[in-house]
Design a protein around this ligand. Structure first.
Ligand code: 5AD
Ligand code: SF4
Length: 439
């Protein structure tokens, strides 16, 4: 989400006559886009700001530093008064105001705008994509969140939920197709609740999928409480909508889920997974898990391990609970699981996930997949990497293939995180979809 937001800010800056540079050392203006979701995300930002402070000193103050995003929203006073680190503080709904705020800074004032909006979606701003791989792009379709999970700071930092008009998403999609992009991830805190003048996310995704049959579509993220059947049918029916669903569980225990205000039970969640697998054979699933939420007992933790074994996620993002100010959990519950217990539970969750993922990846050996080439592999210049429809990272020899190609591969080996493969032939998505229908 922040990656997509930075591209919107890029666009606003380029429009204002600025030029992007490659490194902070070359810049006369630096924005840091921030995340408040967990304390360690914020710590990274503080460290980075200390480095920028040293750059500022080297240049006798001749460098403007601005903080954007969720930390700006949450900690505005601290940035401006206590730390004296930054010149600008801009919340996630105030990016249009940056040129005006910059002129205030140039007049010697500190500039702040952290007003949250009920309407802002930046729908008319075409993001300037300078840092991606030229193949995959993010398109934000909604902003904010109304769910109020008790552990989460997002509703406070990003404000109320609002959806971007269908036509503006379709226009951006068309442009990306013309520019040669091959994969778009539609983004929102909970895309299930996308609603623009009565049009829902299933319709939006369906219409996107018709624009360019050679463009893969992914989406993130979905809440289990309101996952519509219609959506599953679009994933199944449209060959270019990827068979991959990120469906955060957070905990496998009903009492913890209740305290988290997730509004579903473990049984309802398992039923949903069952329905997903029935509707979309071979669908791959990923999740988010929090270890050591307020009041979590050893037995409740074991319920999380148990549900992970039952579901067998292909991928999981796993975190130790980090208390956030203003949230319901902060106001109502005690963060009473000791740090070392949280860490140990998290380690158990990670270890189990690695075992599950290794097992699932081993089953892939001998199977064929269509991979979209994203670039050169990190390990070797002679190898390429890309992902399957089911979002698994695959590495294979370069041969004559290029970034942006679709390639049929056969899986030959694996680790818990990556598949190794032999490239068989370059293909088109449409042609392979037609072949699988015939088969
Ligand atoms: N502590 C730990 N993890 C959190 N997440 C959100 N808030 C917290 C928190 N306070 C995790 C959730 C969410 C993901 C984006 O971040 O798992 O799905
Ligand atoms: Fe946070 Fe819950 Fe909204 Fe996700 S759905 S952003 S976890 S409040």
């Amino acid at each position: 989400m922040n990656f997509a937001d930075s591209e919107i800010v890029n666009s606003i800056m380029v429009e204002g006559g600025m030029k992007p540079v490659r490194t902070p050392e070359e810049a006369s203006l630096i924005f840091i886009n921030t995340c408040s979701i967990r304390d360690n995300a914020e710590q990274k930002v503080w460290n980075r700001l200390n480095y920028f402070r040293s750059l500022k000193k080297q240049r006798n103050g001749d460098l403007i530093v601005g903080v954007l995003g969720c930390m700006a929203e949450r900690l505005r006073e601290r940035f401006l008064e206590r730390e004296k680190l930054v010149d600008m503080v801009v919340g996630p709904d105030a990016y249009r105001d940056i040129p005006h705020l910059l002129s205030e800074v140039e007049d010697g004032r500190k500039a702040v705008n952290v007003i949250l909006s009920q309407e802002e979606t930046y729908a008319d701003i075409t993001p300037v994509r300078t840092t991606g791989n030229g193949v995959s792009a993010f398109v934000s379709v909604m902003r904010g969140c109304d769910n109020m999970c008790s552990f989460c700071v997002v509703p406070f930092t990003r404000g109320r939920e609002r959806s971007r008009p269908v036509d503006s998403v379709l226009d951006e999609f068309k442009l990306l197709s013309e520019q040669g992009y091959r994969e778009v991830t539609l983004l929102g805190q909970n895309v299930n609740s996308y609603n623009h003048e009565g049009r829902n996310f299933a319709e939006l995704m369906y219409r996107c999928s018709l624009i360019d049959p050679e463009m893969r579509i992914r989406f993130s993220t979905s809440h289990p409480k309101d996952f519509p059947d219609e959506f599953l049918h679009v994933v199944r029916e449209r060959h270019n909508v990827c068979n991959y669903i990120h469906i955060p569980i957070q905990s496998g225990n009903n009492e913890v889920l209740e305290r988290m205000r997730r509004t579903y039970t473990r049984e309802e969640y398992l039923e949903l997974i069952e329905k997903m697998r029935r509707t979309i054979p071979g669908v791959s699933l990923s999740t988010d898990i929090i270890a050591g939420f307020c009041g979590e007992t050893e037995e409740q933790h074991r319920d999380t391990l148990d549900i992970m074994e039952r579901v067998e996620y292909d991928l999981a993002y796993m975190f130790a609970y980090s208390e956030r100010e203003r949230t319901l959990a902060h106001r109502k519950f005690r963060d009473d699981v000791p740090e070392e217990v949280k860490k140990r539970r998290l380690a158990e969750i990670i270890e189990l996930q690695q075992q599950v993922a290794s097992g699932l990846n081993r089953q892939e050996i001998g199977r064929r997949h269509i991979v979209l080439v994203e670039g050169t592999s990190k390990r070797s210049e002679d190898q390429l990497s890309g992902r399957t429809d089911t979002n698994k990272m695959v590495i294979f020899d370069k041969e004559t293939l290029q970034r942006g190609d679709y390639v049929e591969v056969e899986i030959t080996d694996c680790t818990s995180a990556t598949l190794k493969a032999t490239a068989l032939r370059k293909v088109s998505l449409t042609e392979t979809a037609a072949e699988s229908v015939t088969a």
